[in-house]
Design a protein around this ligand. Sequence first.
Ligand SMILES: Cc1ncc(COP(=O)(O)O)c(C=O)c1O
Length: 391
Amino acid sequence: MKLAQRIQNVSGSLTLEITSRAKKLRQEGFDVINFAAGEPDFDTPEFIKEAAIKAIHDGFTKYTPSSGILELKSAISRKFKNENRLNYNPSQIVVSCGAKHSIYNLIQVLTESGDEVIIPSPYWVSYPEMVKLAEATAVILRAYPNENLKINISCLKQAITSKTKLLILNSPSNPTGVVYNPDELKEIAKVCIQNKILVISDEIYEHLIYDGQSYTSIASLGKEIYDLTITVNGVSKAFSMTGWRIGYLGASEEIACAVSKFQDHSTSNPTSISQKAAFAALEAKNSWLKKLCLEFEERRNLMLQCLDNISALSYIKPQGAFYVFSDISKLGLDSHTFVKRLLEEENVALIPGEGFGMENYVRLSFATSKDKIKLGMERIERWVKQLLKKS
Ligand SMILES: Cc1ncc(COP(=O)(O)O)c(C=O)c1O
């Protein structure tokens, strides 16, 4: 049997590899500290669970329209308007099985063989693989530590060719946690408008933003960039709903219709019960998000304080999301070896930078308790000191 070339071209997930090694160690009785998590460690809030239970009891358990129920699309439309100053009618919104699914659908619908997609590094691991699955070409943008690994505008301009179709923008970023300010977004928008490049703006970490900053969606910066942008978001990270699988996009009606048609013939609707739960999450006027943000900010500060004690590990200060991207180049190990050895020798799980397109880095997630952060960082400090002594 020969598998299709399409899947043979795609790389396996390094994240999953590390997670399953960590799980195996834990099953063997080792006390593993998990700094590899890509999801909040909190349970989904009770009021959201109750909405889902009500949906089940009400018999809301059948197919819905592929692109989502009107009630949820209307709530998303209000969310875009109130929080992002974006006007997307319900007919411009498609609800999918997570933001990952929204982005996958978009890349399938917008690109094909011969098209180029610009992906700024360091990038979320799935973007280049999704581009390969669409048989388009990923063009990776280089980033510089002295610019906080943000998009370099000259590099962006140089990467553009007549084949460039799309730019994928992710703010706050996974893996660096950097957040683009309105001036930076304006510069990126200007280049995209001049060159008529579409933008997928992945805003999944929008609500996890620190130091009293406010969030700007690139599409809110004017009509021209609004027309070129597809805004993607979801409930996974903000409401601790990673398993419920609800993401969504706002786009032109033409693109929304195309994605909806694609979904008609692939997954159909996202789970009816999860749609009701997502509606409850988006409509709630409660303090959940504030509390979540505050807790993550405290955890970030603690992890950075601990990192400041390990001078061999420099880092980019994250302003959002729940990750710290740390430079390991002073230690003389590649990121994969660093992560494998740290897990085996000190039972701390991180993600190697290799998967994000940056070999000399590792990603530490602070989506875990403060006690675990302290313990894990003590282990890292001890291990790094030993490593430096031996070398
Ligand atoms: C940058 C980024 N975009 C999208 C996603 C996908 O989120 P969802 O759970 O909504 O599919 C993730 C999840 O880790 C992510 O880090």
